[in-house]
Design a protein around this ligand. Structure first.
Ligand SMILES: NC(=O)c1ccc[n+]([C@@H]2O[C@H](COP(=O)([O-])OP(=O)(O)OC[C@H]3O[C@@H](n4cnc5c(N)ncnc54)[C@H](O)[C@@H]3O)[C@@H](O)[C@H]2O)c1
Length: 250
């Protein structure tokens, strides 16, 4: 129940999918949670659900690719809850196209939302975590940050960058007791994979290719994030937590 008691966490992309599952689980475990997303209605709804269950939550509209908005989110978090201990860089977007069909615009948009966001979030969270005596940063990559997807060129590149960025910052910040880890979800049933969910043939193929033969649930990822956010993982930094039902182990 109290694995995050007294801690303050920011979860980006918390209006739905994995981010809302993480925000709800963190709040249930005693954290004060700041939920951010471009969808105002979405974060307000999830924050209200947390508050109805007696949790503490603050919803903020936030485009993770904006430096100014990151500065505002960090300062509003500290003004409202007094500190910052945990950051989950979860927000992201997907593009399925292979290399020849990927426009420069799509490439750059994914770099901005998926990768620049992680850089900015860490950069502005670190001073507050240092003041708090340490912290935990969890960057959401993908199994396609480790293995090739055979398509989704721009997306795969952003997720690979998140993996190595997490490791180098982990080494740099260990002296400050700030831990940095990446999570690598497999195929998780969220709005991001709507097209796949609506394609029974492709869906069956993916499930059959998964040793634990099902789709992942947002909660499967949230439990991994909870471990990395909590003091239970105090000797864990620079690692990559794969949660994919064994898909990438084949
Ligand atoms: N679903 C999967 O199969 C899967 C697999 C591997 C990795 N991931 C990663 O997990 C993370 C969460 O994805 P999800 O599956 O919950 O998808 P999702 O589409 O359900 O959620 C993503 C959230 O990010 C928000 N968002 C989009 N652009 C934003 C921006 N510029 N600023 C702030 N918020 C923004 C969206 O509004 C949405 O609420 C992403 O980083 C994604 O790449 C997902």
């Amino acid at each position: 129940m109290n694995r995050l008691q007294g801690k303050v966490a920011i979860v980006t992309g918390a209006a739905g999918g994995q981010g809302s599952a993480e925000a709800k689980l963190f709040a249930a475990e005693g954290a004060k949670v700041v939920l951010t997303d471009v969808s105002e209605a979405g974060v307000l709804k999830v924050a209200a659900e947390i508050q109805e269950l007696g949790g503490e939550a603050l919803a903020l509209v936030h485009d993770v690719s904006s430096e100014q908005e990151w500065k505002n989110v960090i300062s509003q978090t500290v003004n409202h809850f007094g500190a910052l201990n945990i950051l989950v860089n979860n927000a992201g977007i997907y593009a399925i196209e292979g290399i020849e069909d990927t426009s420069l615009e799509v490439w750059e948009k994914l770099q901005e939302i998926n990768t620049r966001s992680v850089f900015l979030g860490m950069k502005y969270a670190i001073p507050e975590m240092r003041k708090a005596g340490g912290g935990s940063i969890i960057n959401v990559s993908s199994i396609f940050g480790i293995i090739g997807s055979g398509r989704a060129t721009a997306y795969t590149a952003t997720k690979g960058a998140i993996r190595s960025l997490s490791k180098t910052v982990a080494v740099e910040l260990a002296k400050d007791e700030i831990r940095v880890n990446s999570i690598h979800p497999g195929i998780i049933a969220t709005p991001m994979i709507k097209t796949l969910l609506e394609d029974p043939v492709q869906l069956k193929l993916r499930v059959e290719a998964t040793p634990l033969p099902r789709l992942g649930k947002p909660e499967d990822i949230a439990y991994g994030a909870l471990f990395l956010a909590s003091d239970e993982s105090s000797f864990v930094t620079g690692t990559e937590l794969i949660i994919d039902g064994g898909y990438s182990a084949r």
